[in-house]
Design a protein around this ligand. Structure first.
Ligand code: AP5
Length: 213
C-alpha cells in the first residue's frame, strides 16, 4: 500500500505521469481537477458551482475540495493506496488531509515556466476518457479524435492564456509553499519533469525506488 501525492505546477505532466504510474503501481488515480471537470460536464450542482472559478484559473474553496477528497478516499479502491493528483493545493488542504489519511510520499514534478506555457498551449484532452494529448509532442492519430476511445479531443477552457497566467500565479502563491511543508516532514521526492515522457517515467521510478514497469 502506498499513498502518493503528485505536486507540481500546472502543465508539469502530473496527469500524464499518473496515467503511466497507475499501470506501474496498480493504484487508483484520483485527480481533483478531473473530478471537477466531470461535474462541470454533467452540469451537477458541484459543476455549476465551480465552473466559473476553474475557467478563470482560480482555486475552488478549501472546504468544498477537502470534503470531496475525504469522500473519495473513503471509497474501497482507495483503501489499498492512491495517487492523489492536484490535491492538496494549499496549506489548509494539506493540514486537513493529514487528519484523515497518512501520506507516504509526495512527488514534486519540477518544471520551469517556459515549458509549462508550451505544454499547456498545445494540450488537447479527450472529453470522454480524459486522455492527455499534445498538438506537437503527442497528437492523436486523427485530429480531434481520441485514439483510445474515439471521444472528442478538445482544448480545456482553463488553457486560455489569461487563465494559464492566473494558474501559475496561484501555484506560486498558494501551492509552491507545500514543497517546503512536505520537505520538512521528510516526505518529498523531486522529479525533473523537463525531459520527454518516457524519461520522466524513468526519473519517477528511480525517485520512488520502483524497479519494474
Ligand atoms: P488540474 O486539472 O489539477 O490542473 P493543473 O494542476 O493545473 O494541472 P494540469 O492538469 O493543467 O497539468 P498536468 O500537470 O496534469 O499536466 P498534463 O499531464 O495534462 O486542476 C484544474 C483546476 O481545478 C484548478 O485550476 C482549480 O481551479 C481546480 N482544482 C483542482 N484541484 C484543486 C484543489 N485541490 N483545490 C482547489 N481547486 C482545485 O500535461 C500537460 C501537457 O503537456 C499535455 O498536453 C501533455 O501531453 C504534455 N506533456 C506532459 N508531459 C510531457 C513531457 N514530458 N514532454 C512533453 N509534453 C508533455
Amino acid at each position: 500500500m502506498m499513498n502518493l501525492i503528485f505536486l507540481g505546477p500546472p502543465g508539469a505532466g502530473k496527469g500524464t505521469l499518473a496515467a503511466r504510474a497507475v499501470d506501474i503501481l496498480k493504484l487508483p488515480h484520483i485527480s481533483t481537477g478531473a473530478i471537477f471537470r466531470s461535474a462541470i460536464a454533467a452540469k451537477s450542482p458541484l459543476g455549476l458551482k465551480v465552473k466559473a472559478i476553474i475557467d478563470a484559473g482560480k482555486l475552488v474553496d478549501d472546504a468544498t475540495t477537502i470534503e470531496l477528497v475525504k469522500e473519495r478516499l473513503a471509497q474501497d479502491d482507495a483503501k489499498k493506496g492512491y495517487i492523489l493528483d492536484g490535491f492538496p493545493r494549499t496549506i489548509p488542504q494539506a493540514e486537513a488531509l493529514a487528519g484523515f489519511s497518512k501520506v507516504d510520499k509526495v512527488v514534486n514534478f519540477d518544471l520551469p515556466d517556459s515549458p509549462v506555457l508550451e505544454r499547456l498551449g498545445g494540450r488537447r484532452v479527450c472529453r470522454k476518457c480524459g486522455f492527455n494529448y499534445h498538438a506537437l509532442f503527442n497528437p492523436p492519430k486523427k485530429e480531434g479524435v481520441c485514439d483510445a476511445c474515439g471521444g472528442e479531443v478538445y482544448i480545456r477552457d482553463d488553457d486560455k492564456p489569461e487563465a494559464v497566467q492566473k494558474r501559475l500565479e496561484v501555484y506560486r502563491d498558494q501551492t509552491a509553499p507545500l514543497i517546503d511543508f512536505y520537505r520538512k516532514k521528510g516526505l518529498l521526492v523531486d522529479v525533473d519533469a523537463s525531459p520527454e515522457v518516457d524519461k520522466v517515467v524513468g526519473n519517477f521510478k528511480i525517485a520512488l525506488g520502483v524497479r519494474q514497469i
